[in-house]
Each structure stands twice: as structure tokens, then as C-alpha cells.
Design a protein around this ligand. Structure first.
Ligand SMILES: [Zn+2]
Ligand SMILES: [Zn+2]
Length: 400
């Protein structure tokens, strides 16, 4: 029998040994932020690093130019457990979502776990998943990988994300995007407005109607509706014949989310009817909400809590209000997954901001990345070394 606690101690030491190198990796990404689908330098650095530690690297995974899968095999065949790297930045705010730390922690966890793999059966994977923020042709690459069947022979996946608290197993909202294109008729606004059909008025009615839906939305379903009007006319003396709105609709309840999407679409149809405009509505599911896995959450949480940090018990937080959406949600419907937050700054630190990007490079941010790498690394090893835990994770997944 392998001694799991001893393996975990080795993993923590291995992360400590990499501290300087992980700092360099996160700094390079911070200083060279690349938008989704264009993360060529980032992917090159991460794959190079993993290869130099003996990982077998498959680049351009399933034809996605900046996706990769790095594998480190144990002494015999067995379960394949993945840690997820994200490395896309945001327009204007660089690594304002802190993905530079997600990838450094994933590399740290994978390399640390690899140092004990000669004692274990199975494989550790570091999977590079670009364009989480939804930009470019690789947008939502985890969904693309799910459609290609990549996750089907992975047994579980985990990751960490910068935040202003430590927590494990927080929920994710499902999200749909809806676009409405209104078409009317131009006319002179003073001479013959009666000959026009005002597409902007239709868009305005749809915008207002959609926002009125919030009042009756089920509060336990965590509905979020956000919208913008992207086109609304060319000149104030021309009745606009074209107006476009884009909406994001989110909820933690997938079935209810589809209902809300239909209601939002009806606002467009109602507005078109009222104004005499025509409307084209496009609805698209973007990311799914997350299917939770308490047995897996419990293992990862234990590996955070054992590091002596301030973290609420996962049972206190995992039914809390979900705040974000991610393509990791889609993976959760294929295999058991768990995500965690690492505390890079104090509460009030805005997400998607320059402040968040800067926080990743502070002493606190770097410490949080190391804590995340250790927790993920220990969890990779624990799931391989204690087959009964992985069995419980899979049984829960199958039964729910
Ligand atoms: Zn983000
Ligand atoms: Zn993010």
C-alpha cells in the first residue's frame, strides 16, 4: 500500500521547489497577455515547461491551434486525472481574470504530481484549454473538446481560479446568448415619419420588456439578464430601419433557463408586432451550469484546508449563489469536475479588471497560486492513490 500522506508531502515540496519558476511563468503571461484563440506564446511556454519535466505533449489538441494535452504516465495503466490550464487574457485589462495564475498553478500541480507517479497507476494530465472568455474561433474550447469526445476517457478534472476568497466547489450559471435584429423602413423624421417603421423603437421596447422579466424571475434560479443595443440608426433625421440588441441570459437551473430564453425571445416578437418591424431572433446556448460532485469537492477541499488557510467548509458555500459562467460547466456534464477559488486579494477586488491582473503578481497572489498548485497536485495524487475515493466520485456522478 502506498502512504498517501507521504505522497502528498512530496507533492507540496515539489511545488515549493518550483516556486521561482512558476513565478516566472505567471509573470511572462502577465506581461504578454494574449486574447482567446491567439494564445500561441502562452501555449508554447506551458507545453515547453511540461515537456522539459517529462510530459508527453500533444499540441493543437483536436485541431484547436492553442489547445494541448500533456500526459505523465504512472507505473501501470489506470485512471486519467486532469488539471485544467486556462491562459487567455481580456481586451483592455490584460490578465484581468487572472488566467496567468490558473496556468501556472496547473503546471505546478501537474509537475509536482509527476514526481510520485513511479509509485502510482494511472496518468496525470495537464489540459490546456484556450479562449474561456469566449473570444475567437476557439471560444469555449472545453465545449469543443466535449463535442469531440476528448473528455470521455478522462476520469475527473479540476482547476483553480483567482478570487478574493479561498473556496471549493462554487456553482456556475448556465448561459445563453440571444441576438435580435429588427428591420423597419427609413423615412424623413419630419416630412413623412408616417411612411417609416422605426426599428430602434422596436429594439427599445424589446430591451425594456426583457428587463421587466426580472421582476417575476424565480429567485432560487439565480436569473441574470444583461443586454446592450449595438445598432440603433445612422442619423437623427432618418427613421432607423435597422436596430440590433444582444442579450445574455443566465441561470443555475437549465430547464428554467430555456424557459427564460423563450420569454426573452417573446419580448422581441411583441416589440416587432407593436411597431410593425420585422425581427430575426437567434438563440444560442453558450455554457452549461455546473453539475456538482460533493465527494470530489470534499477531497479537494481537504487539500486546501490542510494547508492551514482561512477557508469555509465546502458545505457552507457549495449551495451559495453562483456568480459566473464557464465552459468548465459543460465538462461537468460529461465527467466529474471540481473548481476552486484562490485568494489573490481582499474582498472588493473587481473581477475582469487591471487591479485583478496586478493582484496576480503581488506576494499574496503568488502565494495563492502556490496554495492552489499544492491543493490540485495533492488531489491528483490522492485520487490515483486511493481508488475508493475515485470510485465514490464516479458513483455519485452516475447516480445524479
Ligand atoms: Zn473571466
Ligand atoms: Zn476566468
Amino acid at each position: 500500500m502506498v502512504d498517501v500522506d507521504k505522497l502528498k508531502a512530496t507533492v507540496r515540496e515539489a511545488v515549493e521547489e518550483q516556486r521561482g519558476r512558476l513565478h516566472e511563468i505567471s509573470r511572462y503571461l502577465y506581461e504578454n497577455p494574449e486574447l482567446g484563440s491567439e494564445e500561441f506564446k502562452s501555449a508554447e511556454l506551458l507545453t515547453y515547461e511540461l515537456e522539459s519535466h517529462g510530459f508527453q505533449v500533444e499540441r493543437q489538441l483536436h485541431g484547436i491551434p492553442t489547445a494541448f494535452c500533456a500526459t505523465y504516465k504512472g507505473k501501470a495503466q489506470g485512471p486519467r486525472i486532469a488539471v485544467i490550464a486556462e491562459y487567455d487574457a481580456l481586451p483592455g485589462v490584460g490578465h484581468g481574470c487572472g488566467h496567468n495564475l490558473i496556468s501556472a498553478a496547473a503546471v505546478g500541480a501537474g509537475v509536482a504530481a509527476s514526481s510520485v507517479m513511479e509509485q502510482l497507476d494511472g496518468e496525470v494530465l495537464v489540459v490546456g484549454t484556450p479562449a474561456e472568455e469566449g473570444i475567437g474561433p476557439s471560444a469555449g474550447s472545453k465545449v469543443i473538446l466535449a463535442k469531440k469526445g476528448f473528455w470521455d476517457d478522462v476520469d475527473a478534472a479540476m482547476m483553480c481560479h483567482p478570487s478574493s476568497i479561498y473556496s471549493v466547489g462554487t456553482r456556475l450559471l448556465g448561459i445563453w446568448r440571444i441576438s435580435m435584429e429588427f428591420e423597419g423602413q427609413t423615412a424623413h423624421t419630419a416630412v413623412d415619419p408616417h411612411n417609416g417603421v422605426n426599428a430602434l423603437n422596436a429594439a427599445t421596447l424589446a430591451y425594456i420588456g426583457t428587463h421587466m422579466l426580472r421582476q417575476e424571475a424565480r429567485r432560487d434560479a439565480n436569473v441574470v439578464i444583461s443586454g446592450i443595443i449595438t445598432e440603433g440608426g445612422l442619423a437623427s433625421n432618418i427613421i432607423p430601419d435597422r436596430a440590433v440588441c444582444n442579450f445574455g441570459v443566465r441561470s443555475s437551473d437549465e430547464a428554467y433557463l430555456e424557459e427564460m430564453v423563450e420569454k426573452v425571445a417573446r419580448c422581441a416578437e411583441g416589440a416587432a408586432l407593436a411597431t410593425g418591424a420585422r425581427v430575426k431572433v437567434k438563440k444560442r446556448r453558450v455554457y452549461s451550469s455546473k453539475k456538482q460532485n460533493p465527494p470530489l469537492i470534499d477531497v479537494l477541499w481537504g487539500n486546501y484546508a490542510s494547508q492551514g488557510l482561512e477557508i469555509e467548509h465546502w458545505k457552507e458555500t457549495y449551495t451559495g449563489m453562483p456568480l459566473a459562467s464557464s465552459d468548465f460547466g459543460d465538462v461537468s456534464h460529461v465527467i466529474p469536475v471540481v473548481s476552486s477559488n484562490i485568494k489573490v486579494g481582499e474582498p472588493g477586488l473587481p473581477g475582469h479588471s487591471v487591479q485583478m491582473a496586478d493582484a496576480t503578481m503581488t506576494e499574496q497572489g503568488q502565494e495563492a497560486m502556490t496554495v492552489g498548485a499544492k491543493a490540485l497536485g495533492m488531489t491528483l495524487v490522492e485520487l490515483l492513490a486511493a481508488p475508493e475515493k475515485l470510485k465514490a466520485v464516479k458513483e455519485y456522478f452516475d447516480a445524479n
